[in-house]
Ligand binder design. Structure first.
Ligand code: FAD
Length: 306
């Protein structure tokens, strides 16, 4: 009950535009560095190299929330292009993740597609794979449409499906003709009961179901979770069906359960770390806190150090 209240509180804070702007002004503080590699790409390079050296692949994400004008959308696009060039220049084993609202989706679909094609052209040129993150349920349909349109032009693109949404099983079936590489997650936004399973048990069961269907169809699957039970289920499933290790990977967020991340690599599985960077860390951090209010301790430590 208290945990649910805290979860809602942090999600509320994370969606607050004024707080986002304030937080940005105060720079990378409040314990953000535990979950964010650096304020710039150069600042993040050491952390990225360390991850690759340990055997992790990466997906880089330039943080940004609430892009509501064309100038900001174009700047966010430039950041993605810069990240693609950076990955290639430093020979990093890394993909790119992005949110299409940052590329201008809420301003116009046209602007978003123009920016996405700029990114995808550069990504193709440098051999970098791009994943479109999934945002809240109101943008799920349009995100999948954008993905389908781009998938017909570029093969180095994938997207995300969320186990908490009722619609996802139908989406998975409709997406299959595109032979998609999909990241499967539980879902990070506060969604109403009309669209999402309210109980964790149902979300977890749906998660397992989606993983099983996609893997048994022979599609590449990224299982993005910190949940040991889902990881155990996947390991057993791939063993039972002789699914090769290059058909799937586990994914976790930078700074969350780092010891577990290393154990999974040592067991011989592929593990990709989602690494956010940039000065717009606030909303991202609030969602991490909402998932696990115990992380508040890290944030408080960050404040005490100031
Ligand atoms: P939870 O149910 O949150 O946690 C399950 C268990 O994991 C816990 O009970 C605990 O045992 C363990 N655990 C979790 N956190 C910790 C911790 N900090 N320390 C110790 N144990 C812990 N969501 C989206 O909506 N769209 C996206 O595009 C998206 N992309 C993602 C990419 C990656 C790589 C990952 C890992 C997540 C992404 N998410 C995304 C977030 C996701 O939807 C969940 O909100 C988030 O992963 C938390 O769910 P969980 O599966 O880890 O399980």
């Amino acid at each position: 009950m208290i945990e649910q209240m805290m979860r809602n509180f942090f999600l509320f804070l994370g969606e607050n535009k004024k707080m986002t702007k304030l937080a940005k002004k105060y720079g990378l503080s409040l314990g953000a560095s535990r979950f964010v590699a650096g304020a710039t790409l150069e600042d993040s390079l050491d952390a990225l190299r360390k991850l690759n050296k340990k055997g992790f692949s990466i997906t880089l994400d330039h943080l940004g929330e609430f892009v509501d004008n064309e100038k900001e959308a174009n700047e966010m696009t430039d950041h993605c292009i810069e990240a693609i060039e950076f990955i290639d220049k430093h020979n990093l084993d890394s993909q790119l993740s992005l949110k299409i609202t940052s590329m201008g989706l809420d301003i116009s679909r046209e602007l978003c597609m123009k920016n996405m094609r700029r990114i995808m052209d550069k990504a193709k040129q440098h051999g970098v794979f791009v994943t479109i993150d999934m945002e809240d349920h109101s943008r799920c349909g349009v995100t999948l449409e954008v993905f389908k349109e781009l998938k017909q032009e570029y093969d180095n693109i994938g997207t995300v499906i969320q186990a908490y949404l009722y619609r996802t099983i139908d989406d998975l079936n409709e997406l299959d003709e595109y032979q998609p590489r999909l990241r499967i997650v539980k879902g990070a936004y506060k969604e109403p009961e009309e669209v999402a399973f309210p109980n964790k048990k149902d979300v977890d069961q749906n998660f397992k179901n989606l993983i099983q269907i996609h893997l048994l169809r022979g599609r590449f699957t990224s299982i993005a979770t910190h949940d040991d039970e889902i990881i155990r289920f996947t390991k057993e499933l791939v063993k039972r069906h002789n699914i090769p290790k290059d058909q799937f990977e586990f994914q976790m967020l930078y700074g969350i359960r780092p010891e577990r991340q290393e154990e999974i690599i040592k067991e011989g599985y592929n593990m990709r770390i989602y690494v956010p960077y940039g000065d717009d860390w606030y909303g991202y951090n609030m969602r991490r806190l909402a998932e696990r209010p115990a992380n508040v301790a890290f944030v408080l430590k960050g404040i005490m150090k100031k």
